[in-house]
Design a protein around this ligand. Structure first.
Ligand code: NAD
Ligand code: TYD
Length: 358
């Protein structure tokens, strides 16, 4: 298939963890295209993630909520995107257990609003040259036993409010493809890790707690299994599937790095002990087994054959190498981590975007 070209690319959730890596990649690689980052800047949105992109000629930031009909319509009219890559979401399972409605509102209703505005804006041209790209998760497929993998044909069986709200969004994306013939591509990815991840997720939380000599909370007995993918490998998969993927198709994206949570925590402890010169076992003594997450999915594992064989994607970064790189990044960027944990990162937006009005 011929590589599609886009002149105006709207990325939602671009100030978050994966979104900021994607924005940086797209701004650098597609310097002739306009890259618009639409983000509400919730607690998870941090413009400090994009300091090096700020000021580039082809980068525009719009502080907008994806559920706001008028504002999203304005952004479509003003920037006329031909590709939307949709990442904006509430993304943490534990928070979805506490506030399910917030997840439905942002993830499901917000996606419906974006789809609707895209349809209104694109239907006059009969969707020629347009694409709506939905960034989804493997969690929509449910939970696996000790064997087997999720394929693109696996039936959706979401089990947390987070995964249910993402599944609802994915169904709407497919509905717009079938009902209105809007070109869409969906990718379902496994657990990402790497720089700029908010330290509420397992890997950055453990690194941060080891740095601060705090307890390392392991849910249940630590036997739950996740498949881990370095964020830069995910970004390359999104870029490829957006430019080469077949409209209407789904691509599973995984790292072939299946590990028990306890193994991940042990590996992080041992890598950090070696890095800082601690006696072996020092950081492992911080591990604390805590009450299990409600409805905790046991195992996720992805079969990525379709994107590997169909589009030529494969992950480049092995887990141990990726974990070392990630540990180094968090140790070298302690100010970022401290700003995030203290809340000081919120001032960055005010400094960058509010000084003139104030
Ligand atoms: P994140 O929580 O780090 O970032 C989410 C971003 O969305 C933030 O910048 C936040 O400000 C923004 N946002 C939230 N609500 C918004 C709203 N109403 N309007 C506009 N912006 C809003 O999330 P992430 O880990 O980078 O995940 C990004 C996407 O990738 C999500 O859709 C998630 O479901 C999906 N995904 C994540 C993973 C993972 O391991 N992190 C794996 C597979 C898929
Ligand atoms: P998380 O990073 O929240 O991602 P997800 O729930 O989307 O997979 O959690 C990864 C795994 O680590 C998951 O099985 C829950 C577990 N976990 C802990 O054991 N302790 C923690 O403090 C956290 C945040 C997660």
């Amino acid at each position: 298939m011929k590589k599609r070209e886009f002149r105006s690319i709207l990325i939602t959730g671009g100030a978050g963890f994966i979104g900021s890596h994607l924005v940086r990649h797209m701004v650098q690689k597609y310097s002739q295209s306009k890259i618009i980052n639409l983000d509400k800047l919730t607690y998870a949105g941090n413009l400090e993630n994009l300091r090096d992109v700020e000021g580039k000629d082809n980068y525009i930031f719009e502080r907008v909520c994806i559920t706001d009909e008028k504002e999203v319509e304005r952004v479509f009219q003003q920037h006329d995107p031909d590709l939307v890559i949709h990442l904006a979401a509430e993304s943490h399972v534990d928070r979805s257990i506490v506030s399910p409605l917030e997840f439905v509102h942002t993830n499901t209703v917000g996606t419906a609003n974006l789809l609707n505005q895209a349809k209104r804006h694109w239907q006059e041209s009969d969707f020629a040259g347009k694409l709506f790209y939905q960034v989804s998760t493997d969690e929509v497929y449910g939970s696996l036993g000790p064997s087997g993998f999720f394929t693109e044909e696996t039936r959706y069986d979401p089990r947390s409010p987070y995964s249910a709200s993402k599944a609802g969004a994915d169904h709407l994306v497919r509905a717009y493809f079938h009902t209105f013939h809007m070109p869409v591509v969906i990718s379902n990815c496994s657990n990402n890790y790497g720089p700029f991840q908010f330290p509420e997720k397992l890997i950055p939380l453990i690194i941060n707690n080891i740095r601060n000599q705090n307890e390392l909370p392991v849910y249940g007995d630590g036997s739950n299994v996740r498949d881990w993918l370095h964020v830069t490998d995910h970004v390359k998969a999104i870029d490829l599937a957006a430019h080469m993927g077949i409209p209407g198709e789904t691509y599973n994206v995984g790292g072939n790095n299946e590990y028990k949570n306890l193994t991940i925590v042990h590996t992080l402890c041992d890598l950090i002990d070696a890095k800082v010169g601690n006696a072996p076992g020092t950081s492992r003594s911080l591990i604390k087994f805590v009450k299990d997450r409600l409805g905790h999915d046991h195992r996720y594992a992805i079969d990525s054959t379709k994107i590997t064989q169909g589009l030529g994607w494969s992950p480049a970064i092995k887990l141990k190498e990726g974990l070392s790189l990630t540990i180094n990044w968090y140790f070298e960027n302690s100010t970022w981590l401290e700003n995030v944990t203290s809340g000081a990162y919120k001032d960055y937006y005010n400094k960058m975007y509010r000084t003139v009005e104030n």
